[in-house]
Ligand binder design. Sequence first.
Ligand SMILES: Nc1ncnc2c1ncn2[C@@H]1O[C@H](COP(=O)(O)OP(=O)(O)O)[C@@H](O)[C@H]1O
Ligand SMILES: [Mg+2]
Length: 353
Amino acid sequence: MIKLSKIVKIYDSPSGKVHALKGIDLNIAKGEIYGIIGLSGAGKSTLVRCINMLERPTSGNVIVDGQDMMKLSESELRDARKNIGMIFQHFNLLSSATVYDNIAFPLKLSNTSSANIAKKVEPLLELVGLKDKAKQYPAQLSGGQKQRVGIARALASDPKILLCDEATSALDPQTTKSILALIKDINKKFALTVVVITHEMQVIKEICDKVAVISDGIIAEKGSVLDVFTNPQHEITKEFISVLLSNDLPAAFRGNEISAEKVEGSLLLLRLNFLGDKADDPILAQMIRNCQGVECTMLFGNLDEIHGVPFGRFIVGLSGNESSIQDALNFLSNKEVRVEVIGYVRRNSSIAD
Ligand SMILES: Nc1ncnc2c1ncn2[C@@H]1O[C@H](COP(=O)(O)OP(=O)(O)O)[C@@H](O)[C@H]1O
Ligand SMILES: [Mg+2]
């Protein structure tokens, strides 16, 4: 549905040239919810605005729904943009127009009759849950309600694509959840292709199928949300994920030196990631049974879910003689569990028993 190839965007600013995008390749399939995550200034807004040509790339190709966007005339572009709705962090509503008129605005621009406008706006009000607010003005609405108006307005011209630029960044966590649920709902209902720009991994985890991590105008990594979450490659991705999945050591070990060698009184700490069916497999019990002399202490455990796939994260501490520990590591490496060896760490003496 969206194919970006070798997108470069250079801004001319008073202080010189800004290389906002440095060669971006991205394919987004029809009906997909594709997340783009990055820090402030990474180039996310520039990238998403290249999809509807609000920004014209300095070079590269933008194909949307089979059309080469770079080659369209102004009037062809206006038509093509009807296919692409957009919502924003600060909603961009007309403050002097009612909820109804805000939603009707794109239809009025294209000279739709008021009877046809009503046929379109009424069900949209219903869809976003604002039927009783039609005559109110934006100033009378909460942030979440304003974004619902934004969504209804974006859907008024029956787009095939919805671009969301930090659409939930100004909202509290509860409202964010409800707006994300609405976006997911319309994605399903209308087979809408959705591009979600965010700096929050929670947003990606909540609704996206795929994710691209953008850093300094380059895509650092991309893939299915499940793959990227369970096996992040790039440091910046790990940082984004660590907000959701703590990488801290358990309190009893925190601050102590981590050593590759066994130290008297230390445990070998392992971080284990289990995925899918394996998340509730008795792998650890089997390990203890199979590996004579190894003891396994559970230090941290968390079972989560990404798109209905169970995803378990554990930190365990192994003790025993070196050969039994090696047996245990060999055992785990033959199982479908991702093992990260943290190292030998001693318990804090104050907490130790
Ligand atoms: N109109 C502009 N003129 C000059 N520089 C810009 C312009 N828009 C964005 N930039 C610069 O391009 C880079 C990427 O910006 P942006 O795409 O807004 O990033 P993000 O949305 O990830 O925060 C930043 O360094 C920003 O300052
Ligand atoms: Mg931005």
